[in-house]
Design a protein around this ligand. Structure first.
Ligand SMILES: [Fe+2]
Length: 288
């Protein structure tokens, strides 16, 4: 019996990046960071790691923000977030206004998204989270960087051939965007712009790779490894043109193997629907 193919199996291929786990931006002081990431966005402070005033990890589903109290970093682009309940998010954003007065904080409600600017200028776009599959209703779904005109094809090629993450360039109305597939449903995006780009200030992303040594061998041969952290982690930050070696964009990648002790570490996420007025016993955590 011949069974007709009815599915495009390639749509389920994950590629080499298993997960983008965190985005790391320095913050100048923690109280304002708590007001924004915990009170306004509704994320959950990691109760186990970095519990002092010198650093805070804020859980967003299976992802995190790492927020060392060490200065001020602003991601050149924006972070795509999914939220458990958009109406509740809007209420929290409004309630946080007095807490974040005098900072760059603000937000704009759009049709299906809310655009949020953090207290030091980081930008977020929030939309309704998934409630099915094995994804959390809260997530860092993508990170989008703005890059110079003409660099998107070379960036996509670098991720395809060196990182081995499925990548393609889509010609969108506003210009070329390189899309890099990560994990089950995450993306890195590199959007070309003619606008002037801010200098790179050292913020970073952390990713887990299946083939950990392959990209390392290429990057090491070209002197692009910036840190040999430990057996499970290295860093690089230059994305290069594979023909010319020219730097196309700079973003530090904290690269981890799937054998890293923290891979798929369970992260605590609170159910933001809980309140004194509407408390439901046993529903404190978001669980899948
Ligand atoms: Fe990190």
């Amino acid at each position: 019996m011949v069974v007709e193919a009815t599915y495009d199996r390639s749509t389920q291929d994950v590629g080499n990046i298993l997960l983008m786990e965190h985005v790391n931006v320095f913050v100048p002081e923690q109280q304002t960071a708590i007001n924004f990431y915990i009170s306004a966005l509704g994320l959950t402070r990691d109760p186990y790691m970095m519990v002092g005033q010198d650093n805070m990890w804020a859980n967003a589903g299976k992802q995190q923000f790492h927020l060392p109290t060490r200065g001020q970093q602003v991601l050149r682009g924006h972070i795509g977030m999914e939220m458990q309940d958009m109406d509740a998010l809007k209420a929290r954003l409004e309630a946080a206004k007095p807490l974040l007065k005098g900072t760059q904080y603000g937000y704009t409600i759009e049709v299906d998204e809310v655009a949020v600017t953090g207290p030091w200028g980081n930008k977020f776009r929030c939309s309704q989270g998934a409630t099915d599959g094995n994804e959390m209703p809260v997530a860092i779904r993508y990170v989008e960087f703005t890059v110079p005109i003409g660099t998107a094809p070379g960036i996509a090629r670098f991720y395809n051939e060196i990182i081995q993450a499925p990548s393609s360039v889509i010609d969108e109305a506003a210009g070329n965007v390189a899309h890099v597939r990560m994990g089950l449903s995450q993306e890195l995006r590199f959007r070309e712009t003619s606008a002037e780009l801010a200098p790179y200030d050292g913020h970073h992303i952390a990713v887990y790779l299946t083939n950990f040594s392959g990209p390392h061998a290429f990057l090491k041969e070209r002197g692009l490894i910036t840190e040999e952290t430990n057996p499970y982690q290295y860093r690089f930050q230059d994305i290069i043109d594979l023909d010319t070696g020219e730097k196309l964009f700079e973003i530090e990648h904290e690269v981890r193997s799937a054998t890293h002790p923290m891979f798929q570490r369970p992260l605590i996420n609170r159910n933001t629907a809980q309140s004194l007025q509407n408390y439901q016993f046993g529903r404190d955590a978001i669980v899948l």
